[in-house]
Design a binder for this molecule. Sequence first.
Ligand SMILES: [Fe+2]
Length: 347
Amino acid sequence: MASGHLFNSDSLNEGNGDRPTSLSQTAKPAARQEQASGQSCTIAVVGDVHDQWNAGDQRALQRLGVDLVLLVGDFGNESVDIVRAIASLPLPKAAILGNHDAWYTATGWGRSKCPYDRKREDRVQQQLNLLGEAHVGYSKLDFPQLGLTVVGGRPFTWGGADWKNDDFYRDRYGVNNFEESTQRIVNAALSSEYSTVLMIGHCGPSGLGDLPEDPCGKDWHPIGGDHGDPDLEQAIARIRQAGKQIPLVAFGHMHHSLRHTKTQLRRPIHLDTEGTLYLNAASVPRIIEAEEDTLHNFSLVTLQDGEVWQAALVWVSEEGTVYSKQVFYQKPLATTEAEPQTVSSVV
Ligand SMILES: [Fe+2]
């Protein structure tokens, strides 16, 4: 397990000017069979890739010493080669495909723009085949070494309160409406091996706010409105009722950079009254050329005793050197009554 103490000495705003910190020498104690008190694990959440993935990502993730990688989709516009590279990542992982991953398949507009012969190949299915069990859309994957299960929401979602792409979901999944979709997600969670369930969606659930800068807020004209997935919100409630604990819901789709203003960024996290942390990981572009290095971003979440201890966005070199880190959430100390600390700005 990566140690939770890694970031204990961080301030809430480590800037780009801080001395780079190498995490590559972090010792990894032996894996465990069950979650136990005092143990922690570090999870990397990869936000919308949009064709930005290379060998440096694998190297950086390995040097960071993460225990689990969660990928929330939009790898490209049916970019099979990107998905192939991600499928070969030699780390524990779970992924869900996004709307761009069915860009030329799910809608009539997309099919009219399709650059390949859809009668001869099905690139949506190719991506699903490549990911195999790592694709948890309407499914789950147990991680015995971590003592938790990852459950996926509705794959290929565009978000929002209207049921879209009827033919696509009917033909591929036999799902015809939000209620049936909710039930598919719940069924996956109820088959999970562990009581601790992490959830991933391409879009987050509804219920996180209706301002354009909220985690799933609509930032295009007319701005405002909750663009989250109603089936995911319903599923989370029912999964909890069934006795599962959900410390983390991770997603992307709604980019941190906003369309209606450049004076602020999207609020990337939300903590609900049940203690679930919702994390929007879509810091796009996720690879940038800095002055001295190429930097990749990951959201790093530390779980401790089945709860999120910290969630942060890091920019990392391809050698695993952390150039900057912004802590979005830090669990308050048990001995204080302070509210959770949050930072809404990103690098
Ligand atoms: Fe998307």
